[in-house]
Ligand binder design. Structure first.
Ligand SMILES: Cc1ncc(C[n+]2csc(CCOP(=O)(O)OP(=O)(O)O)c2C)c(N)n1
Ligand SMILES: [Mg+2]
Length: 629
């Protein structure tokens, strides 16, 4: 049958709001037959007629459940296929108001699922809009599969003007330095292979974003003859390499013999069974465990072997602990060299034996320095922390001759008694955090984002989904999109997703929230509203002190005030419910309860929480947590 002569599938009248778990149940549009060797799958769907239909078919076969996008004519062929060939399901479109949000949403989704979402980006302009968010995904080592478009590559086919300004040679060059792989396939069979490879590479640890650029003519051209769709299961990413048995044995010997073993838990999985193994590992050694606010929850913060709160930067107490350590096991810790520089001193020799488990060096290139300083590693282990933890635990138990916990080798955690937030007057960030802690303690909450300077001694995690980590690339404007993606991934899970977002971060990306309203994604947002880009106020203060200049000028060029942003009006304009400004801890606590009720009813709800300017830890004379730049 010729393309376009059959009516398309029934398109839903309303957006599909099925929950995450239901997505496997969608009806396949294309039927498939296997050849006699059971290797090739041929689509027998008579509607599959255009190049972009084959792209859509592959997206479904690759089990990409959503595609976040801002539409554009460069992929009008694909857009038509998503709607009229697939019926806008599996993948379902998440319409965004900016390409940066589309990628940020996919990033937030991958933080939870460790799986890619598809993203569609219009020509070079959409890709340019998306770049910062792509960099954040790159730094997060998370999978996202991006589709782009350009052309027609054949100049003779270009529409006057617009096709010329939206065509570039080697469009992928825009992002090649911070993506894992990109391609511009020239035929439909090549597209099929390209998408398989894009998914495979994105999901191969260390994970990262990939980009397939689809020529307009290829998308819009008719498919001649039948097209083969290989079974994606035969092109899976595969597992990360398991550590060699001898290396595991060496690591176990070092750790069992250590008098002061320390484990630095960095980038690890979201799986509950892996979480349990990490606890057993620490207990089998009696090791002290440190965790990091830059990465997701990795270890129960209240565990006796976790002596300090998770940090953005090490405290003097962390420095003391690392000075005493004789063996340090780094589980893909971010910036291990920087950690040593800040604790042991920049020019000091690291006395402890270092076991460093990471695959990260496979991703490093010469453009971005997100590989950080080069840490010493006496025993480098090229595997993932969770591939290592299980065999390492078994080897340690065997060497010790027991499965019983070892005596603790450091003083145990003294859980801090947190004071109540101040009852009257405007909250500071610490008061805000104390109210949040009470709220979180009483519920299953996933924190999708903390605002900068968060007093991390107020956090408490006892599940891998309690906190899903930082934006990774330090790009402000990612908080809203990340939070929406995380909330989408957890929709229907029973967990309440909470994002605390700075007013600067909110202002840069506030129209991301429209997608949450449009797609009915339940999410509770608190804007920690200090009416400034405070992080940079602190930098100007430092400059002034160093240079002997007037410190009182530090706010010039930093305030987001006069007029103050009407944050709730902005949220309402995107279709969210919301309230504020609230200023006292009592009003804020009551607002959180109203917010919870709205979120439990399936809504996105925002609270504008006004706080004093300044970060909580500064008042205590400690390192300020969470400075971005
Ligand atoms: C895209 C981008 N622009 C600028 C910066 C520099 N910067 C780092 S933190 C920050 C302030 C963010 O303001 P807000 O979210 O209100 O947090 P606050 O510092 O006030 O707590 C800025 C502008 C950045 N990291 N990324
Ligand atoms: Mg601010």
């Amino acid at each position: 049958m010729r393309p376009g002569t059959t009516p398309g599938p029934q398109i839903e009248a309303n957006p599909d709001t099925r929950q995450y778990a239901d997505h496997n149940q969608s009806l396949p549009i294309a039927t498939a037959t296997f050849d006699d060797k059971d290797t090739l799958v041929r689509s027998t769907n008579p509607q599959l007629g255009w190049g972009s239909d084959a792209v859509a078919e592959m997206l479904r076969r690759l089990d990409l459940r959503y595609i976040a996008l801002v539409p554009g004519s460069s992929y009008r062929g694909l857009h038509d296929s998503l709607v009229n060939y697939l019926g806008n399901r599996d993948p379902k479109m998440l319409v965004c108001l900016h390409e940066e949000h589309a990628v940020a949403i996919a990033h937030g989704y991958a933080k939870v699922t460790e799986r890619p979402m598809a993203v569609a980006l219009h020509s070079g302009v959409g890709l340019m809009h998306a770049t910062m968010a792509i960099y954040n995904v790159w730094c997060a080592r998370l999978p996202v599969v991006m589709l782009g478009a350009t052309g027609p590559g054949d100049a003779n086919m270009r529409r006057p003007w617009i096709d010329w300004i939206h065509t570039a040679k080697d469009q992928g060059a825009l992002i090649r330095n911070y993506s894992k792989w990109d391609d511009e396939p020239r035929s439909v069979p090549a597209v099929v292979e390209s998408l398989l490879r894009a998914c495979q590479i994105a999901c191969t640890p260390p994970c990262g974003p990939t980009y397939v650029c689809l020529d307009v003519a290829l998308q819009e051209g008719a498919i001649a003859g039948e097209i083969s769709f290989p079974d994606p299961a035969r092109f899976a990413a595969g597992q990360a390499p398991a550590p060699a048995a001898e290396v595991v044995e060496d690591a176990a010997r070092l750790l069992v013999a250590a008098k002061r073993p320390v484990i630095l838990m960095g980038r690890v999985s979201r799986r509950e069974d892996d979480w349990r193994v990490r606890i057993d590992l620490a207990e089998a050694l009696g090791a002290a465990v440190l965790t990091d606010m830059k990465t997701s929850a990795a270890f129960p913060t209240e565990h006796p072997l976790h002596p300090f709160e998770p940090r953005f930067r090490p405290s003097p107490a962390v420095a003391e602990l690392l000075k005493e350590a004789d063996v340090i096991l780094s589980l893909d810790w971010i910036d291990l060299k920087g950690e040593f520089d800040q604790t042991l001193g920049k020019d000091q020799q690291v006395r402890a034996k270092i076991i460093h488990c990471s695959l990260d060096r496979y991703l490093h290139n010469g453009w971005s320095m997100d590989y950080y300083g080069l840490p010493p590693a006496d025993l480098p282990i090229l595997s993932t922390p969770d591939m290592l933890a299980k065999p390492l635990l078994a080897a340690i138990r065997r060497l010790r001759g027991t499965d019983a916990p070892a005596p603790a080798k450091f003083p145990l955690r003294q859980a801090p008694t947190l004071p109540p937030p101040r009852a009257t007057g405007m909250m500071g960030l610490r008061d805000l955090a104390l109210v949040i802690r009470r709220f979180v303690d009483a519920r299953d909450v996933t924190v999708a984002n903390y605002s900068l300077g968060w007093p991390s001694d107020t956090v408490s995690f006892d599940h891998p989904l309690d906190y899903v980590g930082f934006d990774s690339g330090g790009g402000v404007g990612s908080g809203p999109g990340n939070a929406i993606g995380t909330a989408l991934a957890l929709k229907g899970s029973g967990r309440l997703v909470l994002a605390i977002i700075g007013d600067g971060d909110f202002a840069m990306a506030c129209n991301a929230f429209w997608t949450a309203a449009h797609m009915e994604i339940p999410l509770l947002v608190v804007v920690a509203n200090n009416r400034s880009y405070y992080n940079d106020v602190a930098h100007q203060e430092r400059m002034a002190l160093l240079r002997g200049r007037p410190v009182e000028n530090k706010f010039i060029g930093q305030e987001i005030d006069n007029p103050p942003l009407d944050i709730v009006a902005i949220a309402r304009a995107q279709g969210l419910d919301g309230e504020g400004p609230v200023e006292t801890s009592g009003d804020f606590a009551a607002a959180l309860e109203r917010g919870e009720a709205a979120v439990r009813a399936g809504r996105a709800y925002l609270i504008d929480a006004r706080i004093h300017v300044g970060y909580a830890d500064e008042a205590r004379g400690e390192h300020t947590a969470g400075r971005k730049s």
